[in-house]
Design a protein around this ligand. Structure first.
Ligand code: AMP
Ligand code: MG
Length: 333
């Protein structure tokens, strides 16, 4: 792929920074990543420091060619090969037995490694020019919503990290699929959906962070995506309208600014309530996913309370609800 001169120059600079043991923020098709040379323990440690990420939360390793998977993983089972053929490059991360050349700091000491080939020309070119796999978590402060715009990275890190700007298409992080179990398990739902995976390899399970008390990955136990505002997630529209009306005096009295996000369309005859502003989270699920972190970060700064209408947990809706549930202070069903 050919880029403009300016982007070419910045990509080359980013690759030099990676080779020199530094950290760069770059766009992928899912969200922005904060990357370093996966072989360089010191460089990877810088990512943890910048993000304030707990040491026991492993990173995803990114490659630019399918065959490079053998640099990262020790073995690749047949079903993983099928998924790679179907979905790479793309927003699907596979958890596989780890190749010993990947330092423990990347995988938080686990014997498994998470790996993916992103479908973003800028990300692919940086990895290729660096000549090494790149360990990259989402480019946010640990526990905060992921960045989908360069402004979000500046908000989190100021001038501390080199940023390459580019467009993010999907808006939520990759699907993480653990291939080391008899029945593969989705540890984090994303744009490559359960339905899409099952069509190719048969039954898969979904990790449930409430029911599965012992997380497969330590990272699954941490609070995520918390916006500056209090987030209330309400699973159906009727309850949502009741909830807003019932708390009317509360919003007025306390002067709390409330942003309400309905999915697809506003309810008819919804009366005006002081301090309450109505928005649409997305016209469809894809659009909601793309808007989600931007809303959490940017509206979270401006409002005291954000109320979201839930969506059906199907397709990418499962990924959206996973993020909203983790971000929520209160869930009303
Ligand atoms: P992020 O870096 O924000 O995209 O998060 C990476 C996700 O991948 C987290 O949910 C991690 O827990 C998960 N992950 C990374 N490595 C592994 C692994 N070896 N086993 C299970 N999950 C992993
Ligand atoms: Mg993250």
């Amino acid at each position: 792929m050919r880029f403009g001169k300016e982007i070419e120059r910045k990509i080359a600079e980013a690759a030099e920074i990676i080779k020199g043991g530094g950290v760069v923020a770059f766009p992928t098709e899912t969200v922005y990543g904060l990357g370093a040379n996966a072989y360089d323990e010191k460089a990877v440690k810088k990512i943890f420091e910048l993000k304030g990420r707990p040491q026991d939360n492993p990173l995803i390793v990114h490659i630019s060619k399918k065959q490079d998977i053998y640099l990262v993983a020790r073995e690749v089972p047949h079903n993983a090969k099928i998924l790679i053929r179907e979905f790479w490059p793309g927003p699907l991360t596979l958890v596989l037995p780890k190749n010993p050349s990947i330092p423990d700091v990347v995988t938080a000491g686990l014997d498994t490694v998470a790996v993916r080939m992103p479908a973003h020309p800028i990300a692919l070119k940086i990895i290729k020019l660096s000549g090494v796999p790149i360990a990259a978590p989402s480019a946010n402060i640990s526990g905060k919503p992921s960045a989908t715009q360069p402004e979000h990275i500046k908000k989190y890190f100021g001038e501390k990290v080199f940023i390459i700007e580019g467009k993010v298409k999907i808006g939520i992080e990759s699907t993480v699929l653990d291939m080391t179990e008899d029945i593969p398990k989705i540890l984090r739902p994303g744009a490559i959906t359960k339905e899409m995976i099952e069509r190719k390899i048969g039954k898969v399970e979904v990790f449930d962070y409430i029911k599965d008390s012992i997380p497969k990955s330590p990272g699954l136990k941490y609070r995520h995506y918390a916006p500056d505002a209090d987030l209330i997630l309400i699973l159906n529209r009727k309850k949502m309208i009741e909830f807003i009306a019932q708390n009317k005096e509360l919003w007025e009295l306390k002067g709390r600014k409330v942003a309400v996000f309905f999915f697809q369309k506003k309810p008819v005859n919804f009366e005006h309530i002081p301090n309450v502003h109505i928005f649409i989270s997305g016209k469809n699920l894809r659009e909601f996913a793309k808007n989600l972190f931007k809303i959490l970060i940017e509206k979270g700064e401006k409002y005291d309370v954000m109320i979201f209408e839930g969506v059906e947990e199907k397709g990418i809706g499962l990924g959206i609800m996973n993020r909203l549930k983790k971000a929520a202070k209160i869930i009303v069903d």
